[in-house]
Design a binder for this molecule. Structure first.
Ligand SMILES: Nc1ncnc2c1ncn2[C@@H]1O[C@H](COP(=O)(O)OP(=O)(O)OP(=O)(O)O)[C@@H](O)[C@H]1O
Length: 252
């Protein structure tokens, strides 16, 4: 089966900085892939290229076999690519339900406000936000706002979802809930690319991890292979992480 997302030889420069350097990678349907790397490695730029915010100077991006690297972001969203942002940005005065309904109406193909609200209520329930549906989005806790971002993303009916630091600032119980939702979304066949700094989260939920450093892919392998890769340890994880991991594995 062909890959859902196929990035081939993508390069994006800003002036003299090569933020993304000849990157190729694929993501299959329903797959959860981690995208990690040090600050400035090019993760956000790569997502921006795929989402149509930046044009690549070289390379191609295909979604479901069709070229998308020359399309505008709204068109790419309608083709099934959704993303959440590091800093959550709901319309603060609109209720949680109205925020999700707006996404369903403008990018999700809902034909009427009634249909959009109905769909929004389902997505809120899925994201365990039914009790908060009528609250202004700005009044929600950080964890609820992050789940609201997930509900908004689902409202566009995505084939692939890029999640940027969805777990940042959450407590362990909130992270457990967020990961349950991520797995449940993937189980419905939606591919997920998880940009994440918490290694426990990435290794726990992803089948495959892609590591970027200075714009280049330095590893693309299973979690077990990535955390044991000397190049990744040197570039990102650090020796202390590797030592802690080895000690944990040596424990009976
Ligand atoms: N619009 C821009 N104009 C100029 N330089 C940029 C722009 N966007 C990104 N860069 C540069 O590209 C490089 C990659 O940045 P990017 O934000 O993609 O990295 P990142 O891996 O997402 O980092 P972080 O983990 O800190 O979010 C950096 O050197 C950054 O300064």
């Amino acid at each position: 089966m062909s890959a859902l997302l196929r990035i081939e030889g993508v390069t994006r420069r800003f002036g003299g900085v090569t933020a993304v350097d000849d990157v190729s990678l694929t993501v299959d349907r329903g797959e959860i892939v981690g995208l990690i790397g040090p600050n400035g490695a090019g993760k956000t730029t790569l997502v921006n290229v795929v989402a149509g915010v930046h044009r690549p100077q070289r390379g191609t991006v295909r979604l479901d076999g069709a070229r998308i690297d020359d399309l505008r972001p709204d068109r790419i969203a309608r083709l099934g690519l959704a993303r959440t942002f590091q800093v959550v940005q709901p319309f603060p005065r609109m209720t949680a339900l109205e925020n999700v309904a707006a996404a369903a109406l403008f990018a999700g193909g809902a034909r009427s406000l009634g249909a959009a609200r109905e769909r929004a209520a389902e997505h809120l329930a899925f994201c365990r936000l039914s009790d908060e549906a009528e609250k202004p989005a700005g009044a929600l806790s950080l964890a609820s706002r992050k789940r609201l971002e997930l509900a908004k993303s689902l409202a566009i009916g995505p084939k692939i979802l890029f999640l940027d630091e969805v777990n940042a600032g959450l407590n362990p119980a909130e992270i457990v809930l967020a990961l349950e939702l991520i797995r449940a979304i993937a189980d419905q066949g939606v591919a997920i690319v998880l940009i994440e700094h918490l290694m426990k989260v990435v290794t726990g939920v992803c089948r495959r991890i892609v590591v970027l450093k200075q714009g280049r892919v330095i590893a693309d392998a299973s979690p077990a292979e990535v955390v044991a890769d000397p190049v990744v340890i040197e570039a990102y994880l650090g020796r202390r992480f590797a030592e802690r991991l080895a000690a944990a594995e040596a424990r009976p």
